[in-house]
Design a protein. Structure first.
Length: 264
């Protein structure tokens, strides 16, 4: 049994989905890529369909989606585990905004270091600077969080979150050093003061994926020296939450599970 998304591409190269099983309309290509990725459809496949359509002088493509596959990928059970003092979960059911709104205690009273906002450094607004946010070496640091809404999840205030956000949460102010830039993450020494951003890997960052063992090992090695209370990453498909605060971890886990049950 299948259903379909219908998309067209504008002259500016934007993708617009105007109907489908989720009934969304959005011209933000990154947002659409994220939604399609959750159904196992990669951007390269969409580009090929557009190319074939162009050769036929057609501007609209139809993307078949198996409903069983759709349900499996949009409503998978969360995967959980532990490593040392940390417990972790990954889920395709939720995005960062769900966690921020439903579990504000994971952020309120804490200090957040943002290593990625929409796949790049967080550029602070004048209002954020006035409220105590600062940026050093491409890493943005919050003042003591008074409200979960203080932690912006969009590239621009008032815009739409398209993910690829990565936060480290602490009980006191910190300085992580600088972001690492290079071509091969596996050749980068894991040393204090040099931070790798894991959320931006093109194939998706997943702690439970056995094919990512080497990458996950680097992640845990870095977490060992950073020692945050919690780590939060919203990638193209999965939301990852890691914490050594058991009370907060189970609060987050239970809250997200309740949301998933109510949405069915």
């Amino acid at each position: 049994m299948t259903d379909t998304w219908h998309l067209y591409r504008t002259k500016q190269g934007e993708w617009v989905a105007y109907s489908g099983p989720l009934n969304f309309t959005n011209s933000d290509r990154r947002w659409i890529e994220k939604k399609l990725a959750k159904c196992g459809v990669r951007p390269a496949e969409i580009e090929k369909l557009f190319q074939d359509a162009a050769e036929k002088s057609e501007g609209i493509i139809t993307v078949p989606i198996g409903l069983e596959r759709l349900d499996e990928l949009f409503h998978p059970p969360a995967v959980t585990g532990c490593r040392g003092a940390y417990r972790w979960l990954t889920t395709g059911q939720h995005e960062l905004d769900n966690l921020r709104r439903q579990c504000p205690q994971a952020l309120i009273g804490k200090y957040v270091a943002v290593t990625s906002l929409d796949s790049g450094p967080m550029v602070l607004t004048d209002e954020e600077k006035h409220s105590g946010w600062n940026s050093r070496n491409e890493i943005a640091y919050s003042p003591r969080v008074q409200s979960a809404e203080d932690c912006r999840i969009e590239r621009l205030p008032g815009g739409e979150c398209v993910a690829f956000n990565e936060w480290y949460v602490f009980n006191s102010p910190c300085d992580l050093g600088e972001l690492w830039h290079g071509n091969n993450v596996f050749e980068a020494p894991i040393t204090p003061g040099r931070v790798l951003t894991f959320v931006n890997f093109a194939d998706g960052f997943a702690l439970h994926n056995p094919e990512m063992t080497n990458l996950v090992s680097l992640f845990w090695e870095q977490l060992d020296w950073i020692q945050p209370e919690s780590y939060i990453a919203d990638a193209d498909v999965l939301l990852t939450f890691v914490s050594r605060n058991e009370e907060i971890f189970f609060t987050v886990s239970n809250a997200l599970s309740d949301i998933a049950l109510k949405s069915r």
